[in-house]
Design a protein around this ligand. Structure first.
Ligand SMILES: [Zn+2]
Length: 350
């Protein structure tokens, strides 16, 4: 397997024919096998997928990113993931690849020529749409996602669980964990993941992935990334989807959305990628389901050690894998008539 391990150098970060083939031909596919990538990359799936996607998106060599710095950053970011059964670097690689897969469909949708009136739209919200359209026309790179937006999606997905302790926010709050105190019980893990990612970039030598960004570009990227990472807290799921549906009601054509709603669209994108396991091909979905249940059961043991009541989903006497998956799908993965098309689009289009 040694010859397949990725080698870091400034010219060619991914050496190994099978690894290159796997990534080059499949990296946007809904059927992408991240476990195979994990094996082919010599245990560096996050590095491999992040570099491949930034390359495919044309964001390395010639944009704001400096390839050796990006390589260093993702090497360190991958090492900052813990070896949890579920929330590990392979999950981060999976969500990054899934986000890119959905992002590609979103990009195709956004860049489809609109002509401004495809929905036969001369009705009451015309003026708002006209303003939004003018805003769109001023956007660098046309109506599609900009380079900065695409970078932000890949970066946010890659770091969205960085340093995950293998227990959920509820556990951290109930055990009065230091992180719960730092973040006042609000999205404790998600705040920590995002904070550590920016600390890594800005405070670790050779990792400042933002060093060529102007102040304005950095502020925009940071705002998008923080929004996306915080949107992966399941506690905000219903509010996030409600805001998304409201924005769609107000303006069904996302190509006309302004910057604020556009940021919301990207938050929904990464959040759905994080929930996408049950929508993947069955062998992948089953493998992830086993891992997430294993992690919950580990948390149950830790709850018992702390003398706490064991959560229902972490209690081996009450949890079965099929039941846990069905509950999860009913509660979160059926995202309603407005959100569902993204999932369907991602799973059916090529
Ligand atoms: Zn996650």
């Amino acid at each position: 397997m040694a010859e397949l391990a990725p080698r870091v150098n400034s010219k060619n970060a991914l050496v190994g024919t099978r690894l290159e083939q796997h990534i080059k031909h499949n990296v946007y596919d809904w059927e992408f096998d991240v476990f195979q990538l994990q094996r082919l990359s010599g245990g560096r799936p996050l590095f491999a997928v992040a570099m491949a996607l930034l390359d495919r998106e044309g964001l390395l060599d010639g944009w704001l990113l400096d390839r050796p710095v990006v390589e260093r950053f993702f090497t360190e970011a991958e090492a900052a993931y813990n070896g949890n059964p579920y929330h590990n670097a392979t999950h981060a690689a999976d969500v990054t690849q899934t986000s890119a897969s959905i992002m590609r469909r979103v990009q195709q949708h956004l860049t489809r020529s609109s002509g401004g009136g495809q929905d036969g739209d001369d009705s009451g919200r015309g003026q708002q749409q006209q303003q939004q359209q003018q805003q769109q026309q001023r956007r660098p790179g046309g109506t599609g996602l900009s380079q900065l937006e695409r970078f932000a999606v890949i970066f946010a997905a890659a770091v969205h669980d960085l340093g995950h302790p293998g227990v959920n926010n509820d556990f951290l709050i109930r055990t009065r964990h230091k992180q719960a105190l730092v973040y006042n019980d609000r999205s404790v893990n998600e705040n920590m993941h995002c904070s550590r990612a920016f600390e890594l970039a800005l405070e670790t030598e050779g990792c400042d992935i933002f060093r060529r960004f102007s102040a304005e570009e950095y502020a925009q990227a940071r705002s998008l990334i923080v929004g996306m990472v915080l949107s992966t807290d399941m506690a905000v799921h219903f509010d996030l989807m409600a805001r998304y549906n409201t924005a769609l009601e107000a303006c069904p054509d996302v190509r006309l959305w302004g910057d604020k709603d556009r940021a919301l669209l990207l938050q929904v994108l990464v959040h759905l990628a994080d929930l996408a396991n049950p929508a993947r091909p069955f062998p992948l979905a089953a493998a992830w389901a086993e891992r997430v249940v294993a992690e919950f059961l580990q948390q149950g043991e830790r709850e018992a050690e702390h003398g706490l009541p064991v959560s229902a989903m972490c209690d081996p006497a009450r949890v079965t894998l099929p039941r846990a998956q069905l509950d999860f799908i009913r509660l979160f993965a059926q995202v309603g008539p407005r959100g569902a098309p993204w999932m369907r689009a991602a799973s059916s289009e090529r």
